[in-house]
Design a protein around this ligand. Sequence first.
Ligand code: ZN
Length: 331
Amino acid sequence: MKDKLVLLGLFLGLFFVACDDVEEDPNPPSPVVPKTTVITPDFDAQMAYDFIQKQVDFGPRVPGSQAHRDCGNWLVEQLKAYGAEVLTQEAQVMAYDGTYLPMKNIIAQYQPDNKRRILLYAHWDTRPFADKDSVRTKEPIDGANDGGSGVGVLLEVARQIQQKQPDYGIDIIFFDTEDYGRPEWLPADGDPSDWCLGSQYWARNRHKPNYRAKFGVLLDMVGAKDAVFNREGTSVALAPGVVDKVWKTAQTLGYDTLFVDEVTGQTIDDNYFVNMGAGIPSANIVHYHVSGPRPMGYGFFHHTHADNMSIIDTTVLKAVGQTVMEVIYQE
Ligand SMILES: [Zn+2]
């Protein structure tokens, strides 16, 4: 592209030299104005932390519980207070065991008329059991990290957008009923569709007909102390360019010890259904080990009672939040 511009310039120069005596062009080309540098606002990790604490204080956000209803209402009010146009999708969705769950997807739109859009999303429900723990396995978990952290970071992003709009219209979706999948104590059936019920519903019933976004970013388990965000395998398979954009941005910001270039196996998460069902290429920022002192897989807290506020680290929230902000403000 640059080479072609140079050639064009040479050609025009020759033209004017050859036609010395012609009148001055009444409509000279407007001078090239360099693109103004957009300053990405500073993500406040303490705010994100407080938003996680607030969710945990409601109690486990298990679909059908009072804590789930109360937290859902609070999230809607919070997003409205941060200037978003908010709508909800409510439906009954069938869980792995045949029971129906009251599902509520929460959708916040900024600049809804802007055709250029980016989608940010996380799940807001929490796991109804601690099926990877050795104690109290039938009791629900706090879900400070799995559920709370992605929402906490995106609420802070919403607060920032209200103060300064990026060029793109941003949609933030808090999907429900992500984490109600088949418990570990039952034999595995290999069916991923009992996870991510809210994003599956949304992919079939988007909040606007033919809704499109240039790309999406999912945040899941983005606040624990020993976090590592390897390139998640499903995202790499379905949206390599988005993964590259997010990881390179993080590394440029100096978060290269957290955002690592190793690739995980393919996992099932909301990004799979948003990608496959709605055609929006998405990257999943998710805590998942590939190599190192821990066995391959999610962090030690995953689906246990250790997933509480004691594992939440503001330096990790800052790295993820600032990276997401940089991605949306520099697009
Ligand atoms: Zn989970």
